[in-house]
Ligand binder design. Structure first.
Ligand code: C2E
Ligand code: MG
Ligand code: MG
Length: 717
C-alpha cells in the first residue's frame, strides 16, 4: 500500500486497528506479531469500509476490501488518484475547511453523509473519523458503515427524540405522505396510506414503485416521481387514483430531497385527498351552467353557446334557428297533481324533446316550463318546420309520469339567425313572441316569428297595463244573450258575456283580452267581478218578473287557482239569488284533470245547488265518465258543429249523437251559434232542448235584454 517497510506497515495496521471501534479482536493482542500479520485480512473482512488519508489530504492511502465492495471501485482506482471528493459529493471546500478546524480539537468525529458508488447510486453512510499519529505523521482514518435501516439514518440525522416527534406528526397527518429514495423505492409511508392498500404498508418498504407491483393507477404518478428525480424540481398537480374501484383525486406535492450539492437523493410526496372538494367544485360548476332538475344546459350556458356560434359565423352564411318551447297547460298539471308530478312531467318533456334532436342541436331549459332548442346549420324553413312538426307530433303519445298517464302538448315559437337579429336575447324574445302566437292559435303547434307579431305584443303589453285598472274604472260591462227552450219558445236563461269599454279603443271583445287576462292571472279578479255582477242582475230580473237562469263563463285558470266556491257562495248570499238560477259554464279542459281538489270543488259547488254546464262541448277532451261523476246539468254543443249542421253530414251525426248521449245521461242540451230558422228546425228534430244564437238575439246590454224579454214573451209562440 504505502511505500513503507513491512514492519512499518504492520505497525500502521496496528494503529489502525486501535482506532476501529468494536474491532473484533482484543486490542491487547493486536501488537503481537502473529496477529499483526493477519490484520490486513481481518480489515478486509470487516463490515465497515475503511479509508486512510493523511490529515488535510483528500487522497486515499489505503482502503479495505469492504470499501471496494461498497462503492464499486477497485482498490487501485481508490489508491491511484481518487480522493474523498469523488465518493462524497457533499465534501465541498467549505465542508473540508470546517472539518479540519473541528478535527484539530476533536480526535474523533462522527457524522452521517452519503457516498456515491461508481454506478452513481447514493448510499447513506455513518462515518467515524479518527485522527492519529504514526511515525511523526498525522492520519485520518474513516470507518464507514452503510445505513441499511433508513429509520436509523433519519435518527442519526435528526436525533432520536426529534425523529420520534416528527414521525408522530407525519403519521397522524391527514395527508398521505410517502418517502422514496432516488431509485423510487419506498422508504416510508405514513399511516394514512394504509387505507388504500390491502397489504400492510410495512411490507411495501424497500419496494420500487412500478406499475407492475403497484398497479396501473400509479402510472402517471410514477412518471411524475421519475421526472422530479431527474430534474430535481418539485411539482404540484392533481392526480386521480383508482383505489378499490373508487376514484380519488389527490392534490400532490412532490418535493425532491437534495444533498448539499443539489443531487436528488430521495423524494417526498405529499397527497391531500381533494375528491370531495373536486366533486363540490364540479357540482358548483355544473349548476352554474345547468338546470338542476333536468340537468340540461341552462339559459346562461345556451347564451354563451349561441354567442359563440354567432361570433364564429360572422363571415359565412350560416343559419341557426332558435325554438322557444312552452308546455301547454303546465300550470294545470302543477295545480292539480302537485309540484312533484309537475317536475316529473318536465323531465319527461325534456327527454322527449331530446329524442327528436340531431347530435349537434342543443336543448336547454330556459325557465319553468320553457325550453330552448338551438338548431345549428339549418338552411331552409322547411327543415325547421319538419323538425318542429316531428316534435309536436311526438307529444301525441301520452307521457307516463309515475302512476299517472298524462297527455301533454307543446307550443313552439321560432326565430332565425341572422334574419331576426344577431343578438341572443333579441332572438329569444322573438321566438317567445312567436310561441305566444302559437298558443293563441290553439296551442299544440309551432309558429315562425313575423315582424307584425312585435306590434301585437306591444299592443298586448298595453292592454295588460290598462286592464289592471279596468275594474276600478268600471270599464267592464256584461252583455246577456238569451237561451231559449225550443219546444216552449220560452227564455230559460241568459249567458253573461263580458265586454270591455276601453276609454280610447271603444268596445273590446272578450276573445281579445280574456287570453291576456288568463296568462297574467288577472282573470281571477275579473271572474270574481263577473260572478257578483251576474248574480246581482239575475236577482234584479227576478224581482221584475224575469225568472231566468243566468250563466257565467268560468276560465280554467279561475277554476284551478281561484277560490271559486267561496266567491259563488258570497255572490249568492249578497244578491239573495236562489242557487238554482245560477249556472257555471266550464270547458272540457277544466275537467281534464280528475284530481281530488277539482272533484271537491265541483262537488261543493253542486252541493250549493248551482247548475253546471259544459261549454264548447265536443271541441276538447270529451269523456262520459266526468259527465256522470260531476253530475253535469247541461251540454252546450259547440257552435262549430252547429254552423254546418245542414250541409255537413259528419257534424250532423256528431250533434245527433251528443243529444242522444245527453238524453241517456239525463242531461239537457243547448246548441250555440244558431243563426237561422232551418238550423233551429233541424235541432228541434234531433231533440235538442235549447238554443242560443243570433237567430233569436245577439248578446245585449241589460236594457236591451229587458226589452227583448218583454217582446219575446208577447210575440213568440
Ligand atoms: P262562449 O262562452 O262560447 O260564448 C259564446 C260566444 O259565441 C259569444 O262570443 C257569443 O257572442 C258568440 N255567439 C253567440 N251566438 C252566436 C251566433 O249565432 N253566431 C256567432 N258567430 N257567434 C255567436 P263572445 O261574447 O265574443 O265571447 C267569446 C268567448 O269569450 C266566450 O265563448 C267565452 O269563452 C269568453 N267569455 C266571454 N265572457 C267571459 C267571461 O265573463 N269570463 C270568461 N272567462 N270568459 C268569457
Ligand atoms: Mg260560454
Ligand atoms: Mg261556447
Amino acid at each position: 500500500m504505502l511505500e513503507m517497510s513491512q514492519t512499518q506497515q504492520k505497525l500502521l495496521f496496528n494503529a489502525i486497528v486501535q482506532k476501529i471501534p468494536d474491532f473484533p479482536f482484543m486490542k491487547c493482542y493486536a501488537n503481537k506479531t502473529s496477529m499483526a500479520c493477519a490484520l490486513p485480512m481481518v480489515l478486509d473482512n470487516l463490515n465497515e469500509a475503511i479509508f486512510l488519508m493523511y490529515q488535510g489530504n483528500p487522497s486515499f492511502l489505503y482502503v479495505n476490501e469492504t470499501a471496494t465492495k461498497m462503492l464499486g471501485y477497485s482498490r487501485e482506482e481508490f489508491i491511484n488518484g481518487m480522493g474523498i471528493f469523488d465518493i462524497d459529493p457533499s465534501w465541498t471546500p467549505e465542508v473540508t475547511q470546517r472539518f479540519l478546524i473541528k478535527s484539530k480539537d476533536e480526535k474523533m468525529i462522527r457524522f452521517t453523509t452519503r457516498h456515491k458508488t461508481k454506478e452513481g447510486h447514493n448510499i447513506p453512510i455513518d462515518i467515524t473519523v479518527n485522527r492519529f499519529y504514526f511515525e511523526g505523521k498525522s492520519y485520518h482514518l474513516a470507518v464507514c458503515r452503510e445505513i441499511v435501516d433508513r429509520k436509523s439514518f433519519v435518527e442519526e440525522m435528526f436525533g432520536k427524540e426529534t425523529c420520534f416527534k416528527f414521525k408522530d406528526v407525519v403519521d397522524n397527518s391527514p395527508n398521505n405522505i410517502a418517502w422514496y429514495d432516488a431509485e423510487c423505492r419506498v422508504v416510508y409511508l405514513n399511516k394514512q396510506i394504509q387505507k388504500y392498500f390491502d397489504v400492510p404498508i410495512e411490507s411495501l418498504i424497500g419496494k420500487e414503485v412500478t406499475v407492475a407491483s403497484f398497479g396501473e393507477t400509479y402510472a402517471e404518478y410514477i412518471e411524475k416521481l421519475r421526472s422530479v428525480i431527474k430534474t430535481g424540481i418539485g411539482i404540484e398537480y392533481d392526480q386521480t387514483f383508482r383505489f378499490k374501484d373508487e376514484e380519488h383525486v389527490h392534490h400532490m406535492q412532490i418535493v425532491p430531497e437534495l444533498d448539499k450539492l443539489g443531487n436528488v437523493i430521495g423524494i417526498i410526496a405529499i397527497g391531500r385527498d381533494v375528491s370531495m372538494q373536486k366533486k363540490a367544485e364540479k357540482k358548483i360548476e355544473f349548476l352554474a351552467y345547468h338546470d338542476h332538475l333536468t340537468e340540461l344546459p341552462n339559459r346562461i350556458r345556451t347564451k354563451l353557446e349561441v354567442e359563440n356560434v354567432i361570433h364564429k359565423a360572422q363571415d359565412d352564411s350560416m343559419q341557426m334557428a332558435i325554438l322557444f318551447i312552452d308546455v301547454d297547460d303546465f300550470q294545470t298539471v302543477n295545480d292539480s297533481f302537485g309540484h312533484a308530478v309537475g317536475d316529473m312531467l318536465l323531465k319527461s318533456v325534456a327527454s322527449r324533446l331530446q329524442d327528436n334532436l340531431r347530435d349537434n342541436d342543443m336543448l336547454s331549459r330556459h325557465s319553468g316550463d320553457e325550453f330552448l332548442i338551438i338548431l345549428n346549420n339549418v338552411h331552409s324553413n322547411d327543415v325547421i318546420a319538419s323538425i318542429c312538426e316531428r316534435i309536436v307530433e311526438s307529444f301525441q303519445k301520452p307521457l307516463n309520469i309515475g302512476t299517472h298517464i298524462l297527455s301533454s302538448s307543446v307550443s313552439i315559437g321560432i326565430s332565425i339567425y341572422p334574419i331576426e337579429g344577431d343578438d341572443f336575447d333579441a332572438l329569444v324574445r322573438k321566438a317567445d313572441i312567436a310561441m305566444h302566437k302559437a298558443k293563441e292559435l290553439g296551442k299544440n303547434m309551432f309558429c315562425f316569428f313575423e315582424s307584425s307579431m312585435n306590434e301585437e305584443t306591444i299592443e298586448c303589453f298595453h292592454a295588460l297595463n290598462d286592464m289592471k285598472n279596468a275594474i276600478a274604472n268600471q270599464e267592464f260591462i256584461l252583455h246577456y244573450q238569451p237561451q231559449i227552450d225550443i219546444k216552449n219558445k220560452k227564455i230559460m236563461g241568459a249567458e253573461a258575456l263580458i265586454r270591455w269599454m276601453h276609454p280610447t279603443q271603444g268596445l273590446i271583445a272578450p276573445s281579445k283580452f280574456i287570453p291576456i287576462a288568463e296568462n297574467s292571472g288577472l282573470i281571477i279578479k275579473i271572474g270574481e267581478w263577473v260572478i257578483k255582477e251576474a248574480c246581482k242582475q239575475a236577482m234584479l230580473w227576478h224581482q221584475q218578473g224575469i225568472e231566468i237562469v243566468v250563466a257565467v263563463n268560468i276560465s280554467t285558470v279561475q277554476f284551478k287557482r281561484g277560490n271559486l266556491e267561496e266567491i259563488v257562495k258570497e255572490a249568492l248570499a249578497t244578491s239573495g239569488l236562489s242557487p238554482e238560477f245560477f249556472e257555471l259554464e266550464l270547458t272540457e279542459s277544466a275537467m281534464m284533470y280528475d284530481t281530488e281538489k277539482i272533484r271537491t270543488t265541483i262537488q261543493n259547488l253542486k252541493a250549493l245547488g248551482v247548475k253546471l254546464s259544459i261549454d264548447d262541448f265536443g271541441t276538447g277532451y270529451s269523456s262520459l265518465s266526468y259527465l256522470k261523476k260531476f253530475a253535469v246539468d247541461k251540454l252546450k254543443i259547440d257552435q262549430s258543429f252547429i254552423k254546418n249542421l245542414l250541409e255537413n253530414q259528419e257534424d250532423a251525426a256528431i250533434v245527433k249523437a251528443v243529444i242522444q248521449m245527453a238524453k241517456s245521461l239525463n242531461l239537457k242540451t243547448i246548441a250555440e251559434g244558431v243563426e237561422d230558422g232551418e238550423t233551429l228546425d233541424a235541432l228541434h228534430g234531433h231533440g235538442c232542448d235549447e238554443v242560443q244564437g243570433f237567430h233569436f238575439a245577439r248578446p245585449m246590454s241589460i236594457e236591451a235584454f229587458e226589452g227583448f224579454a218583454l217582446y219575446f214573451k208577447h210575440n213568440i209562440h
